[in-house]
Design a protein around this ligand. Sequence first.
Ligand code: NDP
Length: 234
Amino acid sequence: MSRSVLVTGGNRGIGLAIARAFADAGDKVAITYRSGEPPADLLAVKCDITEPEQVEQAYKEIEEKHGAVEVLVANAGVTRDQLLMRMSEEDFATVLETNLTGTFRVVKRANRGMLRARKGRVVLISSVVGLMGSAGQANYAASKAGLVGFARSLARELGSRNITVNVVAPGFVDTDMTRALNDDQRENIVKQVPLARYAQPEEIAASVRFLASDEAAYITGAVIPVDGGLGMGH
Ligand code: NDP
């Protein structure tokens, strides 16, 4: 069955891999993008998730073309890494506003149609960093940990309506976000990962697809690590 799927930040990196995985499986996939040129093979809607009006507009367009969103993958996210003493109010607010408040905004809007349909799947992309912490990423870790509490509250709130809400917590994935790190940082990270490598975006996409599948119908409020063993015990 072809479902209406929305992936935020689906123009590159992990989001694009997730979008392609759903499209390859036959779903109707829409992505949001904030900048740049989106891939031509997916329904791409321009939307900055920090702007409520753009979110509303994006949903209207997607609903017209694909029907109400049945599977939402809230993937869009940013980093503004800095040690606490040097972290500005703006660095902190931008990351929280995008990763946590932006996610709240897109989930709330999707929930309208899901409640009506009495079914839905929501997957939030958090990070191993939200569970383990990371020096220089207090803002990012706080936003990603916040997603866990957010998801688990919604799992309780929406479970009786047959809506599942789960979190995927990737470790280090080979994308633009981690390519911004220098060679020393990348080497140090790999040393800490039991599987001794970065993940490919497709490896994150596989878990997201599983959580949206019929096989995962009884999983909600879960945090699924896809981190090569980096976060074990957290
Ligand atoms: P990228 O930096 O490659 O892509 C980020 C995506 O988010 C882009 O599509 C970007 O759009 C979009 N985005 C950022 N801000 C906004 C905004 N305000 N409104 C709409 N879209 C926005 O990141 P990744 O693919 O690596 O990461 C995807 C998700 O996975 C993020 O939530 C990240 O935190 C998480 N993650 C990544 C890990 C990694 O190692 N890479 C590890 C763990 C989690 P645009 O192209 O316009 O900038």
